[in-house]
Design a protein around this ligand. Structure first.
Ligand code: NI
Length: 377
């Protein structure tokens, strides 16, 4: 075999080290954020939109109408399960500035109740007043952060995919809150096309909750937000999904979950998607004594502030396959009920075995030869 020249070998080592480094440079570059929002749904095209968003790993915010939630509860539930933020756009789409205080409260309460029922949870639902129409008094009655937009794609007016896409591309920039409507067929391809183009240009799509968090803005009830441009505050990195690892110990399989320090970790051990009421908050490693599917998620807010859910099947086996290896001149027997019980034997043991086996073989062969000699006689 031809030996590698020293320079080539060094170069190969450098390449290997470089490849093993985390790709932090590209992660830092992807700090341009857009919060894409969909009003007036859910509708019959929302599922198609959700398919496209899931394919792209993109999260958005849905400002839903209470009356439509009643017609499409599974769609709202799916959107929430897939990490989108569910927000309120009132029940009937009335202009809030023209309603009495009681009627405003009624619009919000009816919608909240409809979403709670669809999700099976009682979250806060941030508000976009219909037509964007608001004043100080209306905002003060809402009790939640409110949202306007900085980019109106006018998809509702043009009903033309190309036109909506072009308007999106013309106006959107880092920190934009973009307005679209998932009740129009033409909106779905326009939205997905804009997402593809902008993601290729380094943009990341986030919920309104994550947009504010990552721009260091604390969402305040009764305040209205139009955008969250970067300015001097900079941009926090995205929530990182947790990692699940495990090791064998005398007590059983020990499961360790590590996650983002800015969030809490929740997990399930029955294969269910972690959600309030069915999961545990992770505080310390735990042990399993049977095969277990562990699912974990980092949560800053259950509605619009979650990482991806990760899943790991941890196999419990009391006796793993026995392994033999030589480490630092010692014979190591592994796999007998866990690393902590690994027994190490000195090299003398191998020598003794080899010597004994060698002696036995030598003895046998001499006996055979003698017998052969004897039989010739
Ligand atoms: Ni609307």
């Amino acid at each position: 075999m031809k030996r590698l020249p020293v320079k080539t070998a060094l170069l190969l080592i450098l390449i290997l080290i470089f490849n093993a480094l985390p790709i932090s440079a590209s992660a830092e570059a992807a700090q341009k954020l857009i919060a894409l929002t969909f009003d007036d749904g859910p509708g019959k095209y929302t599922q198609e939109l959700l398919d496209g968003l899931r394919e792209r790993g993109v999260r958005v915010s849905f400002f839903v109408l209470g009356q439509n939630v009643k017609s499409y509860p599974e769609t709202v539930r799916r959107a929430w399960e897939e990490g989108h933020q569910i927000c309120c756009h009132t029940y009937h789409h009335y202009e809030l500035t023209r309603l009495s205080d009681d009627d405003i409260r009624r619009e919000l309460e009816l919608t909240d109740a409809a979403i709670d029922e669809a999700l099976g949870h009682d979250f806060d639902y941030w508000l976009r007043p219909p037509y964007g129409s608001h004043n100080k008094h209306v905002l003060s009655l809402t009790g939640v952060p409110c949202f306007y937009w900085s980019v109106d794609t006018r998809d509702w007016e043009s009903l033309n995919s190309d036109a909506a896409y072009k308007e999106f591309m013309r106006a959107a920039k880092d920190g934009s809150i973009v307005l679209m409507h998932d009740i129009h067929k033409t909106t779905i391809p326009a939205a997905l096309r804009a997402i593809d183009t902008l993601m290729a240009d380094g943009y990341e799509f986030v919920t309104v909750s994550e947009l504010l968090s990552r721009r260091g803005i604390e969402a305040e009830p009764g305040k209205i937000y139009f955008s969250a441009y970067p300015e001097e505050r900079g941009t926090e990195p995205a929530l990182i999904a947790p990692t699940i690892s495990y090791e064998r110990t005398p007590e059983g399989k020990k499961v360790v979950i590590e996650g983002d320090e800015r969030a809490k970790i929740y997990y399930t051990t029955d294969g269910q998607l972690p959600e309030p009421g069915n999961c545990e908050e992770y505080e310390q490693p735990f042990y399993i004594d049977e095969d277990t599917e562990v699912k974990a998620v980092c949560v800053r807010s259950w509605n619009g502030g979650r990482s991806d859910v990760v899943s790991e099947t941890v196999e419990f086996s009391r006796l793993g396959a026995m392994t033999l290896s030589i480490r630092d001149g010692r014979l190591v027997i592994g796999g007998l009920g866990g690393e902590s019980r690994v027994r190490e034997f000195g090299i003398a043991l191998i020598a003794a075995c080899v010597a004994g086996l060698g002696g036995a073989v030598f003895g046998v062969s001499r006996t055979v030869r003698r017998k052969k000699v004897a039989s010739r006689k």
